[in-house]
Design a binder for this molecule. Structure first.
Ligand code: HEC
Ligand code: HEC
Ligand code: HEC
Ligand code: HEC
Ligand code: HEC
Ligand code: HEC
Ligand code: HEC
Length: 714
């Protein structure tokens, strides 16, 4: 069917590929989040010995040898051999159980599930099923007669969440963790879509856990040296002891009798209680200070923070400039606490461990426990007396009036949290879900200010990066991009040697579609930091956008030199090789991508296109396109391409069937109508052909293809 190939029958093989890749990148990057705290105090045990009250005078001259990045992690099990009691209680705490394997022994969910969770927009059902002690999320679609027309079964490997509030599920492929569509909502005792899936659209099985998410919910993982966002197995699961105490290698060597010859003022392990107030808070703030944007400092990696150091040496954290009394964000207790007069006027005496003992589950503590903490500072005789709105007694439940609870009624997902801004305020506090609840254009724009930051010549640069982060993660309105670019320009002016700054500026320009500006900034980025693989990849993208395919190819190769097994780089390489007509090399690159990431419909799509169109092998093309459909039954143009393949093979009946399916998915596609018309014409069905060409022309009056065929028919 070479005639078909040279005619302009097959419209849009690769154009849609580019669109799809961009779309996938965008979808994967939406952050959102929900959590809640079950205000249940199942066992209201009063353990006062748990939280010690004596303040230890910080030892300012002490050096913590395990803040050095070279000191190794040993894992919590090693600590257990000497600190068995702590290990035991900690393993039962929420943090100790924050992430685990999905196993029968630790399930809190109810099985079997009644019915399914239905996405009416995309017409797909979801279910969680148990089979022989294994758990799966099942995606399926049924036709009008109840026949299953699409099914995908994915095994749940890991679960995030101790079970107090929500549980989210992950599967793993080549070291990458992917989130799954259904979440268990503990308060509702029900399955529903994962947070963000209703608000941003069904992300299905495509959303992966980024390092930020992992560093807050688990022990550090070992990043792959050859690809981004992938980790070496086996994974250490749960938040381990060393996240609060620092790596244990030296301490264990010391305690097992080795002479380390360290100076007297040096310690091998961090006891948070002995740290100065800021450093002590920072142990908790590394995970409990979510904010609206984060910027890593200098060359820091996601897993580089060490207890005993200041958080600001690792990252800056940004909040909206205007604080609202009545709303707060989740996972921001340190920010709220810092607004309290108790915090501001007690000279560092009020830290998290004044009220919480992280070695125990939060359910261990009663409200009397917390009220007693208040009374450490507030003496009975100073509390408001008879004339006040409330006559205080030292045995009051102080929390019920001075630390607002959100309740579960107004929040999404039935979430409840404690406002840590201690104050006199009868009004209820709410969690700020505006970024999820309202359409973006109805939300007021916010300015970002740092809660944690350093005072140096990188202030503007980091603020610019924060706006870019906020734009990419929360709110894609142009104003944030403009702010990012304005600050970044000032920033790189002050720090022209900063590769990270140029990279962010380049990324921001690219988001705006300004490929020349982007390329200029990214060339500076790779000049300043030749090891930054992402910079080469973006530079390639900027060149590709500007139509400079050869240079794009060079840059993609550069990014692959640094991360040779990154499937997105391999896919980028494959796609420019296609544009250059180098089919064999393109296939090799795409095959390598697929070997690592079998979930990538865009790579499979590209392979299908090369085989069918360029190598004239429609049968293999169909195989690839069918693999795409197994992953994403609605991906645009796939049925059309299968139809094209059948047409090439002369199987017109099947071609027509596929085109009709495509039309049901994309009624406004002029291309598929033109292709349908062409096949009708080839089979002598003139009237239908004419009709199809006319419809195609109506949608796209500029289509030369349809016009030409129509003229021929007449
Ligand atoms: C071989 C036994 C041993 C192992 C293994 C061990 N420790 Fe210790 N650890 C000790 C001893 C002994 C002390 C000092 C006595 C004490 O304070 O209980 C200590 C003290 C500590 C302290 C208090 C330090 C201070 O300055 O107050 C912390 C914190 C600590 N260990 C954490 C850990 C962690 C985390 C691990 C695992 C990475 C670990 N330990 C592994 C024996 C051990
Ligand atoms: C800044 C650190 C941070 C980041 C980033 C973060 N979380 Fe959380 N998350 C927390 C903290 C802290 C809690 C417990 C918070 C609370 O109740 O205030 C929590 C709660 C949760 C819970 C509920 C656990 C329970 O209590 O039952 C789930 C599930 C969860 N997060 C999943 C995620 C996922 C998935 C991501 C990444 C997409 C993520 N989180 C990103 C810090 C973070
Ligand atoms: C979420 C943070 C966090 C985690 C995780 C954590 N600890 Fe601690 N640890 C602390 C804090 C805070 C203190 C100081 C407690 C105090 O003095 O009230 C402490 C104190 C200690 C001490 C000093 C002695 C004592 O009893 O106070 C030891 C030993 C210790 N932890 C061992 C461990 C071990 C072993 C694990 C893991 C099984 C662990 N910790 C996990 C925060 C943590
Ligand atoms: C490695 C990140 C990390 C660090 C460090 C950390 N936390 Fe947490 N914390 C979490 C996460 C995640 C949860 C939610 C766990 C869950 O329920 O799945 C949590 C839960 C809690 C809870 C119980 C809330 C609940 O119901 O789940 C308390 C209280 C708490 N943390 C206090 C602290 C204190 C105090 C510190 C500092 C000494 C600290 N945390 C350090 C990540 C961290
Ligand atoms: C570390 C010491 C400390 C602890 C613990 C503490 N406070 Fe305070 N609190 C203060 C200081 C200092 C002030 C400033 C006014 C004063 O001296 O009374 C204050 C002020 C207040 C105020 C007045 C707030 C305002 O905006 O005017 C309230 C209400 C209050 N505390 C309640 C509590 C409650 C309830 C707790 C326990 C949940 C608590 N405090 C724990 C030190 C503390
Ligand atoms: C003055 C006492 C006090 C201090 C200080 C304090 N908390 Fe809390 N915290 C509470 C109380 C009370 C609760 C609610 C406990 C419950 O419902 O069982 C709570 C609950 C939590 C929860 C569970 C989720 C929620 O919002 O209900 C987390 C997480 C938490 N605190 C983290 C922190 C961190 C991190 C710090 C330090 C920045 C901190 N807390 C400081 C009193 C305190
Ligand atoms: C039933 C609600 C309620 C309870 C319970 C309660 N308070 Fe209050 N508290 C108030 C109100 C209302 C005010 C404001 C009093 C006024 O303005 O007349 C107040 C004021 C305060 C103040 C500020 C006094 C000042 O100088 O402005 C402090 C401190 C305080 N409470 C601490 C506590 C502590 C500590 C407890 C627990 C032992 C507690 N409260 C329990 C309602 C309560």
């Amino acid at each position: 069917m070479h005639a078909c190939r040279s005619s302009v029958l097959f419209v849009d093989w690769n154009g849609s590929l580019f669109v799809y890749i961009t779309l996938a990148l965008f979808l994967v990057h939406n952050r959102n989040h929900q959590y809640c705290l079950l205000p249940l105090l199942i066992c209201s045990l009063f353990i006062s010995a748990c939280t010690k009250d004596e303040r230890v005078i910080p030892e300012p001259s002490v050096i913590y040898a395990n803040t050095d990045l070279a000191v190794k992690y040993v894992g919590s099990k090693v600590c257990a051999s000497c600190h068995a009691e702590i290990y035991d209680t900690y393993s039962k705490s929420e943090m100790g159980r924050s992430m685990s394997k999905m196993e029968k022994a630790n399930i809190v969910e109810r099985f079997p599930q009644q019915g399914s969770v239905y996405d009416s927009t995309n017409n797909v059902h979801y279910q969680v099923v148990e089979r022989n002690g294994r758990y799966y999320q099942r995606e399926y679609r049924q036709d009008g007669k109840g026949k299953t027309t699409h099914e995908r079964l994915v095994k749940i490997e890991y679960v995030m969440g101790s079970g107090n509030n929500l549980r989210m599920y992950f599967f793993e492929e080549s070291g990458m963790l992917y989130e799954m569509p259904l979440t268990w909502y503990v308060h509702k005792q029900a399955w529903d879509f994962s947070p963000g899936y209703k608000e941003f659209g069904n992300l299905r099985f495509t959303r992966y856990a980024r390092p930020r998410c992992i560093q807050c919910h688990n022990s550090y993982l070992r990043p792959s040296a050859t690809a981004n966002d992938r980790y070496e197995k086996p994974f250490t699961l749960g938040i381990g002891c060393e996240r609060c105490h620092g790596p244990g290698e030296l301490h264990v060597r010391e305690r097992t009798g080795e002479k380390l010859n360290l100076p007297d003022s040096t310690r091998t392990i961090v006891n948070p209680r002995k740290l100065a107030p800021t450093e002590q808070l920072d142990v908790c703030r590394q995970c409990h200070l979510q904010g609206n944007a984060w910027v890593l400092r200098n060359e820091s990696g996601w897993f580089d923070f060490r207890p005993g150091t200041k958080l600001e040496t690792h990252r800056s954290v940004y909040f909206p400039s205007k604080t609202k009394k009545e709303v707060f964000e989740v996972a921001d207790s340190p920010h709220r606490l810092s607004l309290s007069r108790c915090f501001k006027e007690s000279n560092g005496a009020l830290t998290c461990i004044g009220c919480h003992n992280p070695h125990f589950s939060i359910k261990t503590f009663s409200m009397e426990h917390y009220s007693a903490r208040c009374m450490n500072c507030h003496k009975p005789e100073t509390l408001p007396g008879k004339d006040a709105k409330h006559e205080h007694s030292p045995t009051d439940n102080c929390i019920s009036c001075h630390m607002n609870r959100t309740g579960t009624d107004k929040t999404l997902h039935g979430v409840s949290n404690t406002d840590h801004w201690i104050r006199v305020d009868a009004n209820k506090t709410d969690i700020d879900w505006t970024s999820l609840r309202k359409p973006l254009d109805q939300q007021p724009l916010i300015a970002l200010s740092p809660d944690v930051d350093a005072d140096d010549d990188g202030v503007e640069l980091r603020r610019g990066m924060a706006y870019l982060d906020y734009h990419n993660d929360h709110d894609r309105r142009g104003a944030y991009l403009d702010s990012a670019i304005a600050y970044l320009r000032i920033g790189v002016g002050r720090r022209p040697y900063d590769g990270g700054g140029w990279f962010a500026l380049g990324a921001a320009h690219l988001e705006k579609g300004a490929s020349q500006d982007a390329a200029a900034a990214l060339r500076r980025a790779v000049g300043a930091d030749p090891e930054k693989d992402q910079a080469y990849s973006l530079l390639g993208k900027a060149y590709e956008m500007a139509g400079n395919i050869t240079d794009a190819l060079g840059q993609y190769r550069n990014s692959l030199k640094l991360k040779p097994k990154d499937p997105s780089y391999l896919e980028q390489l494959g796609s420019v090789l296609i544009k250059l007509g180098r089919w064999k090399e393109a296939i090799a690159a795409l095959d390598s991508a697929i070997a690592i990431d079998q979930q990538s419909p865009s790579a499979l799509y590209a392979l299908g296109s090369v085989y069918a169109v360029e190598l004239g092998n429609p049968a293999i093309g169909i195989e690839y396109f069918k693999r795409v459909l197994a992953i994403d039954p609605d991906m645009p143009n796939v049925h059309m391409n299968i139809g094209n393949c059948y047409a090439m093979m002369g199987d017109y009946a099947k071609a027509i069937r596929e085109y009709k399916t495509e039309i049901s998915l994309q009624p406004q596609s002029a291309d598929v109508l033109a292709n349908l018309g062409r096949v009708y014409e080839l089979t002598g069905r003139k009237a239908e052909a004419k009709n199809a060409f006319e419809q195609s022309l109506k949608i796209d009056p500029g289509s030369r293809v349809a016009r030409e065929y129509l003229r021929q028919i007449k």
